[in-house]
Design a protein around this ligand. Structure first.
Ligand SMILES: Cc1ncc(C[n+]2csc(CCOP(=O)(O)OP(=O)(O)O)c2C)c(N)n1
Length: 535
C-alpha cells in the first residue's frame, strides 16, 4: 500500500527564501529588475534593501566590491537570459577574484516554457558556465530555497566564487517547507606532515624569498606573513597581477612586484634558493615565455587555497590549505639560523614636474589620502606608477580585478564604499576603463556614497599602445579617446566633479574629494607616460 506523506506546505517559496537570505546576511540585493523577477519582490521585507545598478555588468561588479570589502557573500538578482548575458564579463571577473556571489536570475513561468516565450532562457543553468562554481534551475518550485542554500554554501567554500540559480517567475508564490540554515565548515587545513616538511626546507634555505598573492589577503594572513618574513629575513615579492595587497609595501623586507613574464620573474628571483608562494598562483603570465619557471637550483613550495592552482603549477610542492592556517603552521614549526637582513635601496621622492604625470598624481594621492582609505584601481598603464609612488601600507586597502577585464573598477569602488562606510574609498580609474561602466556613478549619487573617483585621463588606451611594442607594433588603430567630458558625465548623474589640468590645481582637488561626504569625481589630465620626458 502506498504510504501517504503529510507534507505541511507552510510558507511560500518567497518566504522560505527570504528567511534563509536573512540568516546568511544577504539582505542587500544588487539588481536590475525585469518582468520575470518582479514576483520575487512582492511584500519586500523592510530589513532588506535593493541596490539598483543601471546595467547588469555594473550590478555584479558592485556586488563583487561589496562582498570583498566585507569578506562575506553578496546577493545579485539579474534579468533572465539578457541580463545574465550583460553580466557575464563581471561574473568571469568575480570567478577570477574568488568572490562569493549568490546570483539569482528570473525565468519565464514553467507552464509556458515549452512555447519559447518572450524573455525566457533556453538553457538557463548553462548560460553562466563555466564561470560559476555551481548552477541550477530547480526541477520543482518547492526546491528553490534548497537550491539557494546550496548556492550560498558552495559560493563560500574555498576557492570562493559565484553560484547561480534560475527561478521561474511563478515559483515565488508556491508553497513549500521552510528550510533551516545550517553551519557548513569551509576552511581546509593543509596536510600537517607536508607543512612540517615545508617548514624544514624553509629553515634549511640559504636565501629564501616569499611571493605573496591575493589569498593572503582573502584568508586574513597579513600578520602571520609579516611574522614569517621577519623570522626568515626573507624578501617579499608580490605575485604578478595580484588583485589584493598582502604585505606592507614600505616594510624593510618588501622587494617589489613581480612582472607577469617568465624570464623576468626568474631574473628577479635569481638570488633565491627557496621560493615560498603564499596564496598565489605559480605564476600568472601575460606574455609568452619559455625556459625555466624558477631559477636553476631553487626549490618552490606553494601554499594555496585553490586545488586547481595547485594542480597546474608547473614546479614545486603544492599544499592546499587555508593560507592563514598554513602560514601559522609554518611559524609553529620553523626555527631558522640567524640570517643577515637584505639590503634595501633608498627611495627618492619626486619633484613637482612641469607637466602633470601619473607618477606625480600617485605621489600626491599617497600624501593626501586619509588614513585607512581603500584604493580600487583599474588604470592599466598607471599600475607601475602606482606601485612606485602609492604604497599600500595597511591590510585590505587595495583591490583590482584578477581577470584583466575592464569595467570592474568603477562599480567595484561603489560596492566597496557601500560595504565600508567607515573608510574613504578612492577609485583610480583610467579614462578608457571608466567608460565601460560609467553609469555606476549614478548608484553612488543615489546612495550618496562618499567615494572619490580619480580619472587618470591620458586620452588613450595607453596600455595597448605600450603592449603593441611587445609585438613590434608602433601604429595602432582604435586607441585614441578624444572628446570625452568626464565632468559632464559625472554631473549629469548627480556626482560633483572637478577637472585638473596642471600640477598646481591637483592638491586642492584631491583634498576636497577626499574630504567630501558625497561622491566626487576628479578628472586628472595626465601626460601619457614618456610624453613628459620626450618634451
Ligand atoms: C573588457 C575589456 N575590453 C578590452 C580590454 C583591452 N584593454 C586592455 S588595457 C585597455 C586600455 C584601457 O584604457 P585606460 O583605462 O584609459 O587605461 P590606460 O591603458 O590608458 O592606462 C584595453 C582597451 C580589456 N582588458 N577588457
Amino acid at each position: 500500500m502506498a504510504r501517504v506523506h503529510s507534507n505541511p506546505a507552510r510558507v511560500t517559496v518567497r518566504e522560505a527564501t527570504f528567511a534563509l537570505l536573512r540568516a546568511f546576511d544577504l539582505t542587500t540585493v544588487f539588481g536590475n529588475p525585469g518582468s520575470t523577477e518582479l514576483t520575487m519582490f512582492r511584500d519586500f521585507p523592510p530589513d532588506f534593501r535593493y541596490v539598483l545598478g543601471l546595467q547588469e555588468s555594473i550590478v555584479v561588479a558592485m556586488a563583487d566590491g561589496f562582498a570583498q570589502s566585507r569578506a562575506r557573500a553578496a546577493l545579485v538578482n539579474l534579468h533572465s537570459a539578457i541580463g545574465v548575458g550583460h553580466a557575464l564579463g563581471s561574473i568571469f571577473t568575480a570567478y577570477r577574484n574568488q568572490t562569493p556571489l549568490v546570483i539569482t536570475a528570473g525565468q519565464q513561468a514553467r507552464s509556458i516554457l515549452p512555447f519559447e516565450p518572450f524573455l525566457y532562457s533556453d538553457q538557463a543553468a548553462n548560460l553562466p558556465k563555466p564561470y560559476v562554481k555551481w548552477s541550477c534551475e530547480p526541477a520543482r518550485a518547492e526546491d528553490v530555497p534548497l537550491a539557494i542554500a546550496r548556492a550560498y554554501y558552495t559560493a563560500m567554500q574555498p576557492p570562493r566564487g559565484p553560484t547561480f540559480v534560475s527561478v521561474p517567475v511563478d515559483d515565488w508564490d508556491r508553497l513549500c517547507d521552510a528550510i533551516e540554515p545550517r553551519e557548513v565548515s569551509a576552511a581546509v587545513a593543509g596536510d600537517p606532515a607536508l607543512l612540517a616538511r615545508a617548514a624544514a626546507a624553509l629553515d634549511a634555505a640559504r636565501q629564501p624569498v616569499i611571493v605573496v598573492g591575493a589569498s593572503v589577503a582573502r584568508d586574513g594572513a597579513w600578520a602571520e606573513t609579516i611574522a614569517l618574513a621577519e623570522r626568515h629575513q626573507a624578501p617579499v615579492w608580490v605575485s604578478p597581477r595580484s588583485a589584493r595587497n598582502s604585505f606592507p609595501e614600505r616594510h624593510r623586507l618588501f622587494a617589489g612586484f613581480l612582472p607577469p613574464d617568465r624570464a623576468a620573474i626568474v631574473e628577479r628571483l635569481q638570488a633565491a634558493d627557496f621560493i615560498l608562494a603564499l596564496g598565489a598562483p605559480v605564476f600568472t603570465y601575460h606574455v609568452e615565455g619559455h625556459g625555466p619557471h624558477i631559477p636553476a637550483g631553487a626549490t618552490l613550495v606553494q601554499l594555496t587555497d585553490d586545488p586547481a592552482a595547485a594542480a597546474w603549477a608547473p614546479v614545486g610542492l603544492s599544499i592546499v590549505t587555508h593560507v592563514k592556517l598554513g602560514v601559522a603552521a609554518l611559524l609553529s614549526h620553523s626555527a631558522p639560523p640567524r640570517r643577515p637582513p637584505p639590503i634595501v635601496p633608498p627611495r627618492a621622492g619626486l619633484q613637482r614636474p612641469d607637466r602633470l604625470t601619473e607618477a606625480y598624481l600617485m605621489q600626491q594621492i599617497a600624501a593626501l589620502r586619509p588614513a585607512g582609505s581603500i584604493i580600487v584601481e583599474e588604470a592599466p598603464s598607471s599600475r607601475g606608477a602606482m606601485q612606485d609612488h602609492l604604497p599600500m601600507l595597511e591590510p585590505d586597502t587595495f583591490h583590482t580585478c584578477a581577470s584583466g577585464g575592464l569595467g570592474h573598477g568603477l562599480p567595484a569602488a561603489v560596492g566597496v564604499a557601500l560595504g565600508r562606510a567607515d573608510r574613504k574609498v578612492i577609485g583610480l580609474i583610467g579614462d578608457g576603463s571608466s567608460m565601460y561602466s560609467i553609469q555606476a556613478l549614478w548608484t553612488a549619487a543615489e546612495l550618496q556614497l562618499p567615494v572619490a573617483i580619480i580619472i587618470v585621463n591620458n586620452g588613450s588606451y595607453h596600455a595597448l599602445v605600450e603592449f603593441g611594442r611587445h609585438f613590434r607594433l608602433f601604429e595602432l588603430p582604435g586607441t585614441e579617446l578624444p572628446h570625452l567630458d568626464f565632468c559632464g558625465l559625472a554631473r549629469s548623474q548627480g556626482v560633483a566633479a572637478i577637472r585638473v589640468e596642471r600640477c598646481e590645481q591637483l592638491d586642492a582637488a584631491l583634498a576636497s574629494a577626499f574630504a567630501a561626504r558625497h561622491p566626487m569625481l576628479v578628472d586628472v589630465c595626465v601626460a601619457a607616460p614618456g610624453a613628459a620626458a620626450a618634451e
